[in-house]
Design a protein around this ligand. Structure first.
Ligand code: SAM
Length: 251
């Protein structure tokens, strides 16, 4: 594109990402609504519909931040009336303490029973989770923030039980040149301004836009998932490829 990227080396990236999310934690949810016109809610709803969990799904939601995916997971089970005999459980894992704190506060406000969510501060690249322990692994808008994406995908494979499902929701590549032009203009020119106006911060939102452009496109990411050992790997574009859902199974 005609917009330049700031080059960041690997060890700096993790630190930078940590400080970005530490700074935005309090305004994170408001900003998501503002920047995406609320559309991120629809993407996340579709994501959970694709997962189609049941009462025996044991979910690990990595880079779970303030809990959006976990809350939708629990809500899906509540609405499907599928948790009558056992209370559903989900583990929200995030590297950032501030994001998890916001998530815990939200869970309380939503009246969610503390026993159905397990909060875990951990790194996607190196999970303190036993092999073969979950039936589903989700990661929404998380992987592009991870320094070594391939390492995180291998960890996903390791912690899943045979038959387990990997699902990733992430910004991706807009294919149509016309839509891409509008999207680029919006992202590079408007998003940092919104960050400044609403959250009082420019830099984290500039990082957001840059990190989106640096994430591998649909097919390349699909191949990375296959290389980690996953099978039946597929992806689905949403909103012209602004985001994509990648899916794979550990068989
Ligand atoms: N999944 C949530 C959602 O969809 O709203 C939060 C997504 S937020 C854009 C990205 C999250 O990834 C942040 O909370 C950040 O702390 C977390 N993160 C970044 N690097 C990580 C890592 N190496 N391991 C685990 N979480 C990480």
């Amino acid at each position: 594109t005609h917009f330049g990227f700031e080059k960041v080396n690997e060890s700096d990236k993790a630190k930078k990402v940590y400080s970005v999310f530490e700074n935005v934690a309090e305004s994170y949810d408001t900003m998501n609504d503002a920047m995406s016109f609320g559309i991120h809610r629809i993407w996340k709803d579709i994501f959970i519909q694709r997962l189609a969990p049941s009462h025996d799904t044991q979910l690990l939601d990595v880079a779970g931040g303030t809990g959006d995916i976990a809350f939708r997971f629990l809500n899906y089970l509540r609405l499907s009336g599928d948790h009558i005999n056992s209370s559903p459980k989900v583990t929200v894992c995030d590297i950032n303490k501030s994001m998890l704190e916001v998530g815990k506060t939200r869970a309380k406000r939503l009246g969610l029973d503390g026993s159905c969510i397990n909060w875990l501060q951990d790194d996607a690249e190196c999970l303190h989770v036993e092999d073969n322990s979950y039936t589903a692994y989700t990661i929404a808008f998380g992987l592009r923030n991870v320094t070594r994406v391939d390492k995180a995908v291998k960890e996903a494979y390791r912690v899943l039980k045979p038959g387990g499902r990997f699902l990733c929701l992430e910004f991706s590549q807009v294919t149509s040149p016309q839509v891409r032009w509008i999207y680029d203009e919006y992202s590079f020119r408007v998003i940092p301004v919104l960050g400044q106006l609403i959250a009082g911060q420019w830099k984290p939102y500039q990082y957001l836009v840059e990190s989106i452009r640096q994430f591998p496109p649909q097919e390349e990411f699909r191949d990375m998932i296959k290389s980690a050992g996953f099978q039946m790997v597929t992806y689905e574009n949403l909103t012209f490829g602004v985001v994509a859902i990648h899916s794979g199974f550990k068989l």
